[in-house]
Design a protein around this ligand. Structure first.
Ligand code: H2B
Length: 175
């Protein structure tokens, strides 16, 4: 069945007649829909940004404090939302964070390690650093003292996310 839509109606729908009122209405509906979903997305991203910034402002606690214990996978999944770009991995029952980058050169990789190392030394909490195939970096973070993840690990990941590494990375840097 073919619907014959008079050209006048079609132009009215597309371009709006009567001073564009219809198209304004259409625009409003479209904007409200797009506006609402993109507003929601914006609010979500803003909340994530704030959560990540709050985490980066925290200080790691000594890993030998007696009440420190590994968090559940459920908690880790919630914390993961605050550290964009990091992955949660389960290595033989040990939960860890990891993230990979491609660097411009071997020496730029060592520069990245130094920047990360400075943060780790300041925090007294240290990542596992891997540089393989001359320009592939993977950083793993976990709390060795408890054999799993604590807030310390997410604080360190958030602080690493706050470093300016762009000049060290290849364009399509996220390996
Ligand atoms: C006392 C001090 O907190 C410990 O030696 C720290 C050093 N850095 C550390 N880093 C990590 N990732 N896990 C640890 O358990 C750990 N312990």
């Amino acid at each position: 069945m073919h619907f014959q839509v008079p050209l006048a109606t079609l132009s009215h729908i597309l371009f709006g007649g009567h001073h564009g009122r219809f198209s304004t209405q259409l625009e409003k509906i479209r904007w409200n829909h797009v506006g609402e979903s993109s507003n929601r997305n914006l609010i979500y991203r803003f909340r994530t940004f704030c959560a990540s910034r709050d985490l980066a402002a925290k200080k790691c606690v000594p890993c030998n404090s007696k009440d420190l214990q590994a968090m559940t996978e459920e908690s880790a999944t919630e914390f993961l939302l605050k550290v964009a770009g990091w992955n949660l991995v389960n290595a033989n029952g040990t939960l860890k964070l990891n993230r990979s980058w491609k660097v411009k050169s071997f020496s730029k990789g060592l520069e990245l390690f130094q920047l990360v190392g400075n943060v780790a030394e300041t925090e007294g909490h240290h990542p596992d650093l891997h540089l393989v195939g001359w320009n592939n970096i993977t950083i793993e973070i976990w709390t060795h003292a408890v054999g799993g993840l604590t807030e310390n690990d997410f604080i360190l990941a958030a602080k690493i996310n706050g470093l300016n590494l762009h000049h060290l990375l290849r364009k399509n840097a996220s390996a």
